[in-house]
Design a protein around this ligand. Structure first.
Ligand SMILES: CC(C)(COP(=O)(O)OP(=O)(O)OC[C@H]1O[C@@H](n2cnc3c(N)ncnc32)[C@H](O)[C@@H]1OP(=O)(O)O)[C@@H](O)C(=O)NCCC(=O)NCCS
Length: 230
């Protein structure tokens, strides 16, 4: 999502909440086995990484990974400090509890903190239509982490949250972001003219859509076929 719903002006309020928050949050990794995602996101293991809820101790690694020029060029300005990322993480937890938003941290095997995020936010009451976005530290680009994580997050949005239509917006000039969406099966639906401003420049954005029925069919066709032995 080019426009991250978190706005830095929520920093002050969230900082107060961080001070009063239960510090257990820093190191707990709760495996949620129910579909009550508002109470906590599940830990989803992939071949080379894990997706899990954000934790406050992800703030320094997210600052390092998501504020480089190549990552931040086509997304809304990320926070510029550890405190700013902590405020974002607190905001994300609150929005999840309110049922408006889910943000997964991407944690490579052998590491304990996040190198990227996948976020999904409701665009209307009830989460039927949602928008998603993602950003991963550039040293992990081209590793397959995006595609595998994206499929898990779309499955989660559709199967667990109940999203029927998932939109993404990517600046036309963001070749990699558009290539990433195309390759996982999102459909290019149109161009939103001058819909995104970054560093004083107005960008056109490609609108990408995934609808639940198409996604289920695509998933079915990719599942290994049962082999019958006579
Ligand atoms: C978007 C992002 C998460 C994708 O992860 P990634 O690891 O780079 O993605 P992948 O390498 O798996 O896929 C990108 C695809 O785009 C293709 N691509 C790269 N540059 C391209 C370009 N200029 N034009 C078209 N396609 C391009 C790649 O070849 C690749 O396809 P392939 O695997 O079939 O060869 C990552 O690039 C990122 O964090 N970017 C910065 C944040 C951002 O722009 N987020 C998107 C907002 S919608």
């Amino acid at each position: 999502m080019e426009k991250m719903p978190f706005q830095p002006n929520t920093l002050e309020r969230a900082t107060t909440m961080i001070r009063t928050a239960n510090l257990d949050m820093r190191n707990t990794e709760t495996v949620v086995t129910t579909s009550d995602w508002k109470a906590g996101l599940p830990v989803m293991a992939a071949s080379t990484f894990t997706l899990r809820d954000l934790r406050l101790d992800d703030a320094p690694s997210l600052l390092a990974m998501l504020t480089t020029e190549e990552v931040a060029r086509f997304i809304s300005p990320p926070p510029t400090s550890v405190e700013g990322f902590e405020a974002f993480i607190m905001w994300a937890q609150n929005e999840r509890q309110a049922g408006n938003y889910a943000c997964f941290a991407v944690v490579p095997k052998g590491m304990t903190t996040a190198v990227g995020i996948f976020q999904v936010r409701s665009l209307e009451k009830g989460f039927t239509t949602a928008e998603w976005g993602f950003a991963i530290g550039s040293q992990f680009w081209g590793t397959g982490m995006f595609a595998e994580g994206a499929r898990m997050v779309v499955d989660f949005a559709i199967d667990v949250i109940g999203v029927n239509r998932l939109e993404a917006r990517a600046a036309v000039a963001n070749g990699r972001g558009n290539g990433a969406l195309r390759k996982i099966g999102a459909v290019q639906e149109g161009v939103l003219r001058r819909s995104f401003i970054r560093n004083g420049v107005h960008h056109d954005q490609v609108l990408w859509g995934i609808v639940a029925d198409d996604w289920r069919l695509q998933r079915l066709s990719q599942e290994p076929k049962a082999v019958s032995i006579n």
